[in-house]
Design a protein around this ligand. Structure first.
Ligand SMILES: *Cc1c(COP(=O)(O)O)cnc(C)c1O
Length: 495
């Protein structure tokens, strides 16, 4: 039987997985959720022996039931190949008393590659299955990493165009260079004069713009989204939690059925939601520890039950988590509201008009799987420095936020359950923040000079993605104000 998906804002409308992937966002502005989270139908004993690709198939076939075996396997093979610099795709590394799941071995050295290397294949397969003849225009807002990973995934994929909006002063130098040097005739990159939330809100408004949709259709285009609201992004992220658990078991780090905690550095709530789905599929996960930086709207939410974005937006050294509206949280809200689309709709309307909402006591009672924590900038730097000094392992600022929160949680709760830390970016991507956290003497040095220093210090070779940046040509220089995004899109598409 097919697993169907429905919108978090409308109980009636149901679509197949491939339709949900094609649409990205539901027409009512809601997010697609599976009617129920499927269970794994293979045992941990079997999973233990599986490669990443085999695990991906075992997990994804449960969610994407309208894909044939051949289609899904072909998507998986095209995605998880030599673009990754390790055959295991997502290595587990023991760092002190935690296990880091390194999700940054793909083309753009951040965890977005895990989903965005497969999304173009899922999307073009979905288009074929649904007899779509229009070109698909991927419209994406990025806080830094999604943009490059989506550009790399979609560059020169026939039948697609991709337009990425990023906050002009809100991404790292390496992140910006990675985007503006992107090759591919179907790619466009635009710096907006605003922050990530402005970019994301602008993109959402374009998706909901019926007039624009009509104009696009007349020119043979239709929008889709590569943001983590697309279930084609979410589902591939469930895979690595299943994989990590099975590998911990295989390496005899844990015993059969032993529960683990998972700590995830969180922004848009996609990655941690995938861990929650993995738990619901049957992976023995106890706590999901949601780690925020100084934009700690999620920490406050888990503590108080009130989500309140009315606060100062802080630019931190973990820019991919500088987010005040965590889009994917809507899926969790919907779930804890008892799949009540109307209740969810009310809360989201309040978020839109007042910038906040409060969940009921019954809803809050269902959040016991989650723990919230946050790291200040000083905590983040200290985590990088202390971990380097005690283990020699160098981590990026996003991972360091999680590492700090994980340690603080252990100390305050006395819960010493074995813990997986989602390690979301290569330290090379944020080399300046990382090196100055380790030693203030690097403050005055230029970002590229620090790359060699980091190589010496960490003993891990400079990733290819960084090497190729050194001589890459700038190909994108477009900028726009936040109220000019629609015109900019039309200009790029020649409408
Ligand atoms: C996107 C990103 C995150 C946040 O992940 P979400 O799924 O948005 O919560 C954390 N770290 C890095 C490096 C990222 O790129």
């Amino acid at each position: 039987m097919n697993l169907l998906y429905k919108s978090t804002r409308n109980a009636q409308h149901m679509v197949t997985a491939s339709e949900a992937i094609l649409k990205g966002l539901a027409e009512d502005g809601g997010l697609f959720v599976p009617v129920s989270v499927p269970k794994l139908d293979v045992s941990m004993e079997e999973l233990k022996e599986m490669s990443y690709q085999e695990t991906a198939y075992a997990v994804m076939k449960q969610f994407l039931t309208d894909f044939t075996e051949e289609e899904l396997k072909s998507c998986i093979e095209s995605a998880y190949d030599s673009k990754f610099d390790t055959e295991v795709i997502a290595p587990l590394v023991k760092v002190g008393d935690t296990y880091h799941l390194e999700l940054f071995h793909g083309a753009t050295i951040a965890f977005k590659d895990m989903a965005l290397s497969i999304l173009p294949h899922l999307l073009t397969t979905s288009a074929k299955k649904n007899h779509v003849t229009h070109d698909i225009v991927i419209l994406t807002a990025t806080s830094g990493d999604t943009g490059k990973a989506a550009l790399a995934g979609f560059a020169d994929v026939p039948g697609t165009r991709i337009i990425v909006f990023y906050p002009k002063n809100g991404v790292s130098r390496v992140q910006e260079l990675q985007m503006v040097t992107q090759k591919g005739d179907n790619t466009a990159v635009v710096a907006i004069h605003g922050n990530f939330d402005n970019a994301q809100t602008g993109v959402k408004a374009l998706f909901e713009d019926k007039e624009l949709e009509q104009e696009l259709a007349e020119r043979g285009y239709q929008f889709s989204s590569a943001n983590s609201i697309n279930i084609g992004r979410l589902v591939p992220q469930v895979v690595y939690y299943v994989y990590a658990y099975a590998k911990l078991l295989q390496n005899e780090e844990i015993s059969q059925d032993e529960k683990i905690n998972v700590t995830v550095p969180t922004g848009n709530f996609g990655n941690i939601l995938a861990a929650y789905y993995a738990k619901q599929m049957g992976v023995p996960i106890e706590k999901l520890i949601c780690a925020s930086n100084e934009n700690k709207v999620l920490f406050d939410f888990f503590k108080t039950g009130t989500y309140d974005k009315n606060r100062e937006f802080v630019l931190t050294s973990s820019p991919s988590m500088d987010i005040l509206i965590s889009s994917n949280l809507e899926r969790l809200i919907y779930t804890i509201a008892g799949a009540d689309a109307k209740k969810n709709q009310e809360l989201m309307a309040a978020l839109k008009t007042e910038g906040k909402y409060e969940i009921t006591r019954e809803m809050k009672a269902q959040l016991s799987d989650f723990e919230g924590g946050f790291a200040t900038e000083e905590d983040t730097r200290a985590a990088i420095r202390d971990t380097y000094n005690s283990t020699g392992y160098v981590m990026d600022p996003h991972t360091a936020v999680a590492s700090h929160v994980c340690r603080a949680y252990r100390e305050s709760s006395g819960d010493h359950t074995k813990t997986l830390v989602a390690s979301t970016a290569s330290p090379y991507k944020f080399v300046k923040s990382v090196m100055t956290a380790i030693d203030g003497k690097y403050e005055s040095k230029d970002e590229f000079a620090l790359i060699d220093e980091l190589e010496k210090l960490s003993g891990t070779p400079v990733p290819h993605a960084i090497e190729e940046l050194q001589n890459a040509q700038i190909l994108h220089t477009r900028e726009c104000d936040t109220d000019q995004m629609k015109e900019t899109v039309k200009e790029i598409l020649g409408i």
